[in-house]
Design a protein around this ligand. Structure first.
Ligand code: ADP
Ligand code: MG
Length: 345
């Protein structure tokens, strides 16, 4: 099952502006990469070259970070698990591995890129999804431990200590791709663009009329409708939710965000987490990690930092928006029973 674009994109009307932006038509590319549909809209600069460069940047990263491409850097690392030999890696793969380990340290028990064997046990990597037998799950869980992913920055190499361990960068690769695509666009003089890399929406600058981009966060219970709309400039909004990828067995729904402590889909009281940040990769990784963490831990973590904001949708129909988004967000689901509150420091 492939997903639709996880955000509803509100382009608004590009009319009514007084500057030369009026009526600007975007140049657009849509393509499939990192197992998801991606779209990029560019409103100025060398649009065609920019689109091509951004797309190439994403595709190149997919070629490094994919677990299913046998020639990728990650596949090479995985293939050498347990053999004691460090695998020399490029700078970008090294950066994603180190960053992922740092998120695992900041939010213990919530984020682990060595989750791959568990994803396999559930069949999430294949089309035969199923609840695993307890012994299969236990065997997979014994291989999940990112402390046993040894990353040697000086040697630009990494190694997985146990045979059977595997890295899966599904929670963070699209954020890294967003950063590289963003940079590629800017290099071609783009100052106004909108990227949706499968759940990671990045905006460059403002709309051509000079106003902020309006990005709708999906209602996790009615994904065709908006939960709220965010005004964004030069930021990424990354959403993780159990509604994006799941299967049902015996009337129970099982989704693809796994609690690394239990090996089961995370049940933390949240339906979705949206992280807004100027740091693309942080937004992506945290949306997954804070979904596992649950509302209390997520808000406590937000309180300890100043580099991201949150929209949390809870199982009891509360939408908690952190203070930094207060000015720029618009509730959109009151008619569906949601109540909105602002979390303050
Ligand atoms: P999506 O890929 O749907 O945008 P996420 O960014 O939340 O959603 O990433 C989910 C993916 O991350 C899963 O498909 C799996 O590859 C991986 N993953 C699942 N649970 C975890 C976890 N607790 N820590 C790190 N990665 C995870
Ligand atoms: Mg993520």
């Amino acid at each position: 099952m492939k997903r639709s674009l996880p955000f509803l994109l509100c382009f608004g009307l590009l009319s009514g502006c007084t500057s030369g932006g009026s009526g600007t038509q975007p140049s657009e590319a849509q393509f499939f990469s990192m197992d998801t549909l991606m779209s990029i809209r560019v409103y100025d600069g060398n649009a065609q070259q920019a689109l091509q460069a951004a797309r190439q940047a994403v595709t190149r990263l997919d070629g490094l970070l994919s677990r299913t491409d046998p020639d990728s850097a990650v596949s090479t690392l995985n293939a050498h698990a347990g053999d004691g030999l460090p695998v020399a890696l490029d700078e970008q793969t090294m950066e994603v591995l180190s960053f992922s380990k740092s998120i695992a340290r900041l939010l213990p028990g919530c984020f682990d890129i060595t989750i791959a064997p568990v994803m396999d046990a559930w069949g999430f990597t294949t089309e035969t999804r199923h609840v695993p037998a307890q012994e299969d799950l236990s065997a997979a869980m014994a291989l999940v431990n990112s402390d046993k992913l040894l990353v040697d920055e000086t040697a630009s190499a990494a190694r997985l200590e146990l045979a059977g361990m595997e890295v899966d960068l599904g929670a963070v690769a699209k954020g890294f791709a967003a950063r590289q695509a963003d940079a590629a666009l800017r290099e071609q003089g783009v100052t106004s663009a909108l990227l949706d890399l499968g759940g990671n929406v990045t905006v460059l600058g403002c709309k051509p009329d000079g106003s902020a981009w309006q990005v709708a966060v999906k209602d996790p219970q009615n994904p065709d409708q908006a939960l709220c709309v965010l005004s964004l400039e030069d930021e990424t909004a990354s959403t993780s939710g159990g509604y994006e990828r799941y299967f049902e067995e015996d009337g129970v729904r099982y989704h693809h965000i796994i609690d690394p402590e239990t090996g089961y889909p995370a049940e933390s009281g949240l339906l979705s987490v949206t992280v807004v940040s100027s740091n693309h990769m942080l937004a992506d990784a945290l949306s997954t990690a804070l979904y596992v963490a649950g509302p209390e831990k997520a808000l406590a973590f937000w309180d300890s930092r100043d580099d991201f904001e949150l929209v949390l949708c809870t199982q009891d129909n509360r939408v908690i928006v952190t203070q930094g988004l207060e000015e720029g967000y618009r509730p959109a689901g009151e008619d569906r029973g949601y109540t909105y509150e602002i979390a303050r420091r």
